[in-house]
Design a protein. Structure first.
Length: 397
């Protein structure tokens, strides 16, 4: 994808002494005491900030955090906990600046964290007035927040329109490269795992992938709707019977191309949705009227694992069972370990998927772990994200 890359600007000496505005994704979970409980996004933002500091730039970083009300700053909306963690990672003090829209005092070699960007009036609606003010703060705008790349807001889109230079940071550039590698020019066979509770939320993705992939593995509540489409009983399992025809259409579209949606041959059931409910493995045809399907069975998991080990490219979004409950986690674990063992290029994204990767400790064995949830899904749908679109426009002059 043709965008200007911040690394290239730095290599050419174009960032020295310049005011650099980095839009990062520092939207991390906090506990009731205001402590960060999971800091992946903060750690992921460090390379871009260090790159700018080493280049001798005057560095401003901002992000949203939570869902503040525009124009009303409350203490719980503050990026102060993020500044503390960022300071530890950078080995320097990171001051937090409030009320910064009309001007920021930062010198070359310094870094400041600009308070929660979503408190600014007009941020979410991508106000032109706000966008121009943000653009006036900098010489170079760096978009390094893939998690917000699917939104056109003042700090992600508007500023990129009006800043003297707009470019992609290393994190955003890596996402662009990984997604391009996985979907635009994949090594075959290309296998996608799309799992989750509802077909309706992922139907457009399933349809879009049905044109591209060689195998489409469905899991979770989505698989139950596909089991119904294949004429199998699902008891009282979570499913969307009104979308059976849509599921059949995806199966037929794949079949017409000589590709497949593997339907589970066995499943793990329980009588109740709870961590301590007794788990029973059954053939898919033997599911009783009062059964809940909570995972794929061991035969299905083994068949799918073989497909994944033989794949050239794997796209993974969603666990295939209720992996939070140990008795119903084996399907997801089997597939996770197969992805780790495969020589395929793998790209994984979505909150639950990241939780599964962390649970099974396979971070180093996944080719690329996407930091964006909604943005990752929209890329899989084949949409051009607003952030990519405006950066491409700016690259073309």
């Amino acid at each position: 994808m043709n965008v200007i890359r911040f690394e290239d600007l730095v290599a050419q000496g174009q960032a020295a002494g310049k005011r650099v505005f980095i839009r990062a994704d520092l939207n991390v979970p906090l506990d009731d005491a205001g402590q960060i409980t999971e800091d992946t996004r903060v750690r992921a933002s460090v390379p871009c900030i260090e790159l700018a500091l080493k280049a001798g730039a005057a560095v401003m970083v901002t992000s949203h955090l939570g869902r503040p009300t525009e124009g009303e700053f409350k203490p719980e909306d503050s990026l102060a906990p993020v500044a503390r963690r960022l300071g530890e990672l950078l080995g320097r003090d990171v001051p937090v600046v409030a009320n910064w829209v009309d001007g920021v005092d930062v010198k070359p070699g310094q870094v400041v964290l600009l308070e929660n960007v979503r408190v600014n009036k007009g941020e979410k609606k991508n106000s032109e007035e706000l966008s121009k003010k943000l653009a006036a703060l900098c010489d170079i705008f760096v978009h390094d927040a893939f998690g917000t790349a699917h939104r056109a807001e003042a700090s992600t889109y508007g500023i990129a329109q009006f800043a003297p230079v707009a470019c992609a940071g290393p994190l955003l550039a890596a996402e662009i490269d990984a997604v391009t590698k996985a979907l635009a020019s994949p090594k075959r066979p290309l296998i996608a795992i799309v799992a989750g509770s509802k077909v309706s939320t992922k139907l457009t993705i399933l349809k879009s992938l049905a044109d591209k992939v060689d195998g489409l593995i469905v899991g979770g509540g989505i698989a139950n709707t596909f089991l119904l489409a294949a004429g199998q009983p699902i008891g009282k399992s979570l499913a969307e019977p009104d979308l059976v025809n849509e599921a059949k259409a995806v199966i037929e579209a794949m079949k017409a191309r000589g590709a497949a949606v593997p339907i589970p041959v066995d499943v793990v059931t329980a009588k109740a949705f709870s961590a301590d409910a007794p788990a029973t493995v059954k053939d898919a045809a033997d599911v009783a009227a009062d059964d809940l399907i909570l995972d794929i069975g061991p035969k299905t998991a083994a068949l799918l694992a073989d497909q994944l080990k033989a794949a050239g490219t794997i796209v993974w979004n969603g666990p295939v069972g209720v992996f939070e409950f140990d008795a119903f986690s084996h399907g997801t674990e089997t597939l996770a370990r197969a992805i780790a063992a495969s020589s395929a290029f793998s790209i994984a994204g979505g909150g639950d998927t990241l939780a599964a990767i962390a649970k099974y400790g396979i971070e180093k064995d996944v080719g690329y772990i996407s930091t964006g949830g909604g943005a990752f899904l929209e890329v899989l749908e084949g949409k051009t994200l607003p952030a990519f679109e405006i950066l491409q426009k700016r690259a073309q002059g």
